[in-house]
Ligand binder design. Structure first.
Ligand code: GCU
Length: 392
């Protein structure tokens, strides 16, 4: 009895010490000198030890393998459709502001159409276009949509589509499976399997459904669709493009942890923090990497590499230290070997560029703008300039 009591006390003390250790470890760090030593997994190194040396090999073996690993351990597997789903199109105004056509698209997210979860997108297209237009698809965020400068895109000849991201996949950890995610549960399934999709994957999947729709809209050039999201929706934009190669260019804006920034740096927002505050964003398998980033079989440079050879613009802001701007630069650098397989230039410099000095001549663009989290005119002008290179 005495022994049992002794053991109980010892294990209680051990547990307390351990949890204090963890607390000590995850205290917010913004100090570069406290970043643990780490090695990034080589994106070209296959599970069987082979190192990929050509774009063909990358596409045939390593890309599918890496994509599967990132799905299984991080964003989760999403349903695979056997045929495209249906949608409804309404022309809201054919002469919006005297020069645009505005359409409302209803995307049915299951075979049940109206009876299942659905979401919407608002599409605006310049009427003076000579043919199908290139387009910016933007992950919308309720009233925050007002910050997207649609007019600027339209004046530059782009269409703009804003997806109502959270309508069928709410960004709430208590109820994120309401709507889309639970609609794909098997009979009797109550919880997600550990490798099944979280919200970021659900939002990315919705973007792919909108992309399905674009294949049939004669006013849109479906081969010239850029995808853009800010913050958590920047993470979703990156994951959408990593999987769906129909997206021609991707703009993850201040996407930070779980987006463009390396997890292994453990500075600003960490996997631990994201897993605790937003456990619904990723699959349950990802929980195991809280404070265990070094054991991840990939890092965010791998997710950027999955977008190759398509152009990507990593936009960060100097005051957004929570998002780790330098970690995005290093992730971009880490993806360069994969772009190099295609003979394409990456960021184009070895050290993180100074503030407001965009590196945008290669296929991985990067900037750290002055100011904080969000998007500013500097970002938007840069994005149009970059998109023009590839989509005009
Ligand atoms: C939080 C979160 C970030 C996220 C951001 C946002 O700060 O920790 O990961 O990017 O919200 O979406 O605005």
């Amino acid at each position: 009895m005495k022994k049992a009591l002794y053991l109980l006390i010892v294990s209680f003390l051990t547990l307390t010490v351990q949890s204090q250790d963890i607390k000590k470890e995850w205290t917010r760090n913004y100090d570069e000198s406290k970043i643990p030593a780490y090695t990034l997994p080589d994106p070209l190194l296959c599970e069987n030890g082979h190192v990929v040396t050509s774009a063909e090999e990358w596409e045939k073996y390593r890309r599918p393998e890496l994509l599967d690993i990132v799905k299984t351990y991080m964003y989760g597997h999403a349903p695979v459709l056997e045929h495209p789903l249906e949608y409804k199109v309404e022309i809201v105004d054919a002469n919006f502001q005297g020069k645009y056509t505005k359409k409302n698209i209803t995307l049915y997210l299951t075979d049940k159409n109206e009876a299942g979860p659905l979401t919407h997108a608002e599409l605006v297209i310049p009427n003076n276009a000579k043919g199908p237009v290139p387009l910016f698809m933007i992950f919308g965020w309720g009233f925050m949509n007002q910050m997207y400068p649609s007019d600027l895109f339209l004046e530059h000849g782009y269409g703009v589509a804003i997806l109502n991201t959270f309508e069928a996949a709410p960004d709430r950890k208590e109820s994120f499976t309401d709507g889309l995610i639970s609609a794909y549960y098997n009979d009797k399934q109550v919880y997600r399997r550990p490798n099944e999709w979280g919200s970021l994957a659900a939002w990315a999947w919705e973007a792919s459904r909108l992309m399905d729709y674009f294949q049939n809209d004669a006013q849109v050039d479906a081969k010239k669709v850029a995808v853009l999201g800010i913050s958590r929706l920047g993470k979703a934009a990156l994951w959408a493009a990593a999987q769906d190669r129909r997206f021609a260019v991707v703009f993850p804006v201040n996407s930070g942890c779980g987006g463009g920034a390396l997890s292994r740096r453990m500075i600003g927002e960490t996997v631990w923090s994201m897993n605790n505050e937003f456990p619904h964003w990723t699959c349950d398998n990802f929980q195991q990497f809280s404070l265990r980033e070094q054991y991840m079989p990939f890092d965010q440079h791998s997710v950027i590499a999955l977008c190759a050879p398509r152009p990507i613009y990593l936009a960060t802001a100097v005051e957004d230290t929570w998002g780790d701007p330098k970690g995005e630069f290093l992730a971009g650098k880490g993806a360069e070997p994969v772009y190099a397989l295609y003979g394409l230039a990456g960021i184009g410099c070895e050290d993180q560029p100074t503030v407001d000095n965009a590196m945008d001549k290669g296929y991985i663009a990067y900037h750290v703008r002055s100011g904080g989290h969000g998007a500013m005119p500097y970002d938007w002008n840069q994005f149009i300039k970059f998109a023009d290179r590839f989509l005009k």
